[in-house]
Design a protein around this ligand. Structure first.
Ligand SMILES: Cc1cc2nc3c(=O)[nH]c(=O)nc-3n(C[C@H](O)[C@H](O)[C@H](O)COP(=O)(O)OP(=O)(O)OC[C@H]3O[C@@H](n4cnc5c(N)ncnc54)[C@H](O)[C@@H]3O)c2cc1C
Length: 267
């Protein structure tokens, strides 16, 4: 690869790509619209494979204080099973991980441009990247790493039609429930989706879930009603959240999660 390389987006994909290219001696500029750490919809479970990928980039994820996870609880209705994981996972917030990986990319030699929003991309002889309030930049190669966010000019219209809504909330559990959840990831299955509950650094519990928009609409579109409904479906979830304090003013939410998108370039 030669010429000017721009990466659009500084989440895990963008930051890891920037670190890898910079380490290979390729000049690269990453453009991220957030000015600083930001929460993202994510269960924040870091698998063995994800940790290995980060290690290959010379990134020491174990230094970030994640909560170690070595057991899986599967819960559905009144039934639960618990099993040992064949590896040690980590519960680590994206707020911490994304920032540290961006810093790693920067120290590897990438230029990290924060607080810049790409408004349009057009391809001619060069790729032109328009940035809100700034002069456009040109590139020979552009990596699209904006996650679920579409970029004007590069719309991926292959998102499968689906009805899923995602939510994420942090909780402070009671000391007893915190001890009960320690070193476990709980996957709670519902007819129309699932929830993941686990501890992350700072002794917070991350509840991240996908459910149908239909259920949410039937509950008046309200988070407290949805949470109560899910707890009615799952006594296991209800027990763990009993007496818990919500740590965000409102949950993060997304609609039309682009799961399963596969890029198939035209022949
Ligand atoms: C409900 C749910 C639970 C999940 N749980 C897990 C889990 O437990 N473990 C796991 O490994 N994965 C999980 N995932 C998947 C994981 O969240 C994604 O794979 C990951 O976030 C993708 O990273 P990314 O860098 O591609 O995108 P993102 O993390 O979304 O990053 C995209 C970046 O691009 C920036 N951006 C967007 N538009 C622009 C623009 N116009 N200009 C400049 N910057 C822009 C954004 O600010 C953002 O920082 C989950 C996903 C969902 C939906």
């Amino acid at each position: 690869m030669s010429g000017r390389v721009i990466i659009a987006g500084g989440g895990l994909a963008g930051a890891a790509t920037a670190a890898g290219l910079a380490q290979a001696g390729i000049p690269v500029t990453l453009i991220e619209r957030e000015t600083g750490p930001a929460d993202k919809i994510c269960g924040e479970f870091l698998s063995h494979e994800a940790q290995a990928s980060l290690t290959r980039l010379g990134f020491d994820v174990s230094a970030l204080g994640g909560h170690t996870i070595n057991q899986l609880v599967l819960a559905r209705g009144k039934a639960t099973i618990t099993t040992k994981l064949p590896f040690t996972g980590l519960g680590l917030t994206r707020r911490t991980l994304d920032e540290a990986l961006l810093a790693h990319a920067q120290s590897s030699g990438a230029i990290i441009a924060r607080g810049l929003t790409i408004t349009n991309v057009s391809a001619g002889d060069d790729i032109t990247v328009d940035i809100a309030g700034q002069t456009s930049q040109t590139a020979d190669t552009l990596f699209l790493a904006t996650g679920k966010h579409e970029l004007r000019g590069l719309r991926r219209d292959a998102v499968p039609p689906q009805d899923l809504v995602g939510f994420k909330m942090y909780f402070r559990l009671t000391p007893q429930n915190q001890a009960a959840l320690a070193h476990k990831i709980a996957l709670i299955l519902f007819n129309d989706g699932y929830a993941g509950l686990q501890l992350v650094e700072g002794e917070q519990a991350n509840l991240c879930l996908l459910t149908s928009r239909t259920r949410l609409q039937q509950l008046g579109g309200k988070w407290p009603a949805l949470l109560m409904d899910l707890c009615c479906d799952s006594p296991y979830l209800a027990n763990l959240l009993a007496g818990a304090e919500e740590l965000l003013l409102q949950p993060l939410s997304i609609y039309r999660v682009p799961y399963g998108y596969i890029h198939r370039p035209a022949a």
